[in-house]
Design a protein around this ligand. Structure first.
Ligand code: NI
Length: 249
C-alpha cells in the first residue's frame, strides 16, 4: 500500500500491525542510447510497489533523483550532491520515525547511490547516538538492497545476457522499463564496446571520455519486454521475502 494513497488514520492503523516501510530510491540520469533517463527511478518505484503488495508493506515516496554526478556530461541527467542526498534520506527517515516507523527497507536501483545511502543511515544513527537513548522514539534500523544484485535476479540476468549485462545501461534494467512502458521502447545501432581504461572514473567529464555513449560494457539491444517481466516479478518476490526477514530480525 502506498503511503501517498493512505489517509493519516489509515497510517495509524497500519502502524498497529507493522512498523516497517519500503523506501524506493532511484536516479534520473542517462542510460545509454536506448535507455530512458528515468530508468532507475521507474524500476525502483515499480519493483517496490509490487514487493509491497506481496509483503503487505507500506511503500513510501520514491526518491527519484539520486547521486549521479558522474552522468552529468549527458543531457537530461540530474544529480543531488552526496551531502544533499544524505540530508534528504535522513529527513525522510526521521519524519517517519517520529510517527512510529522503525524498520526502513530501501529498494535501490542505482549503484551510484550506494555509498551515499549508507552514509545517510550513519547520519540517522549518529543523531540518536548523540541525543542519547532517553527518548521514547523507537530504535531505527535501515537496510539497503539493490534489486539487480539479488542473487536470483543476477542468475536470471546471466542466463539472458551473459557478460553483455555490463555495469550501466544494462539489458536487465532496460528490459524492466520495456515491460513497464512498452510505448517508450527505443532502438538504435549499438557498437560493441571496449573499455581500455577499466571501469574506474571520477567526475562527469572523465566518465564521458571513458564511456562515450553512456553504457558501461553492456548491450541493452538484447533487452526484451518478456525478459523484463520475468526479472521484475522475480525481483519483487525476492525483495518481499527479504523484507519479511528484515522485520523478524
Ligand atoms: Ni541504472
Amino acid at each position: 500500500m502506498l503511503l501517498h494513497l493512505m489517509t493519516w488514520q489509515e497510517v495509524e492503523d497500519y502502524l498497529k500491525t507493522s512498523t516497517g516501510i519500503m523506501m524506493p530510491i532511484g536516479s534520473t540520469e542517462q542510460h545509454g542510447p536506448t535507455g530512458l533517463i528515468g530508468t532507475d527511478a521507474v524500476c525502483a518505484e515499480a519493483i517496490a510497489r509490487a514487493a509491497g503488495e506481496i509483503a503487505e508493506a507500506a511503500v513510501g515516496p520514491t526518491i527519484s533523483v539520486g547521486m549521479a554526478q558522474h552522468h552529468m556530461a549527458f543531457t537530461g541527467s540530474m544529480t543531488l550532491r552526496p551531502s544533499t542526498l544524505v540530508s534528504v534520506i535522513a529527513d525522510y527517515v526521521n519524519s517517519l520515525s517520529r510517527h512510529g516507523f522503525d524498520r526502513f527497507y530501501f529498494i535501490n536501483a542505482h549503484g551510484g547511490n550506494v555509498s551515499t545511502v549508507q552514509s545517510a543511515f550513519q547520519e540517522v544513527y549518529a543523531q540518536t547516538s548523540i541525543d542519547g537513548g532517553g527518548d521514547n522514539r523507537p530504535r531505527v534500523r535501515c537496510l539497503l538492497r539493490q534489486w539487480y544484485q539479488r542473487p536470483r535476479v543476477q542468475s536470471l540476468a546471466k542466463k539472458f545476457y551473459g557478460n553483455k549485462e555490463g555495469y550501466h545501461a544494462t539489458p536487465s534494467e532496460v528490459a524492466v522499463t520495456q515491460y513497464l512502458f512498452p510505448d517508450a521502447i527505443k532502438t538504435a545501432e549499438l557498437p560493441e564496446l571496449t573499455s581500455p581504461g577499466g571501469f574506474s572514473f571520477t567526475d562527469a567529464e572523465d566518465y564521458r571520455r571513458r564511456f562515450p555513449d553512456g553504457r558501461m560494457a553492456s548491450d541493452p539491444s538484447l533487452a526484451t519486454p518478456e525478459h523484463g517481466k520475468e526479472l521484475f516479478e522475480l525481483a519483487a518476490e525476492d525483495l518481499a521475502a527479504d523484507y519479511r526477514d528484515f522485520l523478524k530480525g
